[in-house]
Design a protein. Structure first.
Length: 251
């Protein structure tokens, strides 16, 4: 039997960190020490600003996650399909970069940026915009580790937007029913990214089918999140969480 390629969990962690709220995640990272997790944190539609930030709940829980050897955290930044002013995006990157320098709260810091709402259609303006913000992350000393850059167009992307400095592209953010259609698969096949840079986020997967689904998509994408939830699927772990993890960790 051929071994299924290993994939990593790419989790939009948009659950507010009330005490105990992230316990299923801590349990998961401990139970599956060989499974890698990249976690997208989104404190306040981005890094948040004074007086809301520093937020007591986030500064309590993020260092606990950063202490896990199989966890990397990336910060959420929206681009509004390149319509958000570039300087605002760069300001958010700078705020995340400051976290690791905060002497009051040890263990804060992100290892990259998740850019939400990036375009899939080419224009010179879009390419320049994306190249600038991608390079800004790579040049930011306060961003830790490999300074991961993730773009989320949520669909297949024109090859001319496939920057070589980009690490991951979420080319499918979609309901399971649509993902399964031949039309969608044909469209997805036009993606210019190979498996090593490809991410899928799929919701509404029938709970009893999630292990089979993950086994299939592990061959197609190195970064995966799948859930049986159909609504608010990034706001809770859901009933399929443990099945998803089992399928991701299985050799």
């Amino acid at each position: 039997m051929c071994q299924i390629p290993r994939s990593k969990v790419l989790l939009p962690l948009y659950i507010y960190p009330d005490p105990g709220a992230w316990d299923p995640l801590f349990a998961a990272t401990s139970a599956h020490p060989t499974l890698e997790f990249i976690l997208i944190v989104n404190p306040n539609n981005g890094p948040g600003s004074e007086p809301w930030w520093p937020n007591a709940d986030y500064v309590r829980e993020i260092p606990r996650l950063n202490a896990q050897p199989n966890v990397r955290i990336v910060g959420y930044v929206f681009t509004a399909y390149c319509k958000r002013p570039n300087e605002e995006v760069c300001a958010d990157i700078a705020k995340y970069a400051e976290w690791s320098k905060d002497g009051k709260y040890q263990g804060l810091g992100v290892a990259g940026i998740f850019f939400d709402e990036t375009p899939n259609l080419f224009s010179d303006e879009a390419k320049t915009y994306l190249d600038v913000i991608t390079q800004r992350v790579k040049d930011s000393e306060g961003i830790l580790g490999d300074r991961i850059v993730i773009h989320n167009p949520g669909t297949a992307v024109d090859w001319r937007l496939a920057s070589r400095r980009l690490d991951i592209a979420t080319v499918a953010e979609v309901a399971h029913a649509e993902f399964q259609t031949m039309e969608y698969q044909n469209w997805l096949a036009t993606s210019s990214f190979g498996r090593a840079k490809t991410s899928y986020m799929v919701h509404g997967v029938p709970e009893e089918k999630i292990e089979d689904f993950v086994r299939v998509v592990r061959k197609m994408a190195e970064y995966i999140f799948a859930t049986s939830l159909r609504v608010n699927y990034y706001q809770s772990f859901g009933p399929s969480w443990n099945r998803f993890l089992f399928a991701m960790a299985k050799e």
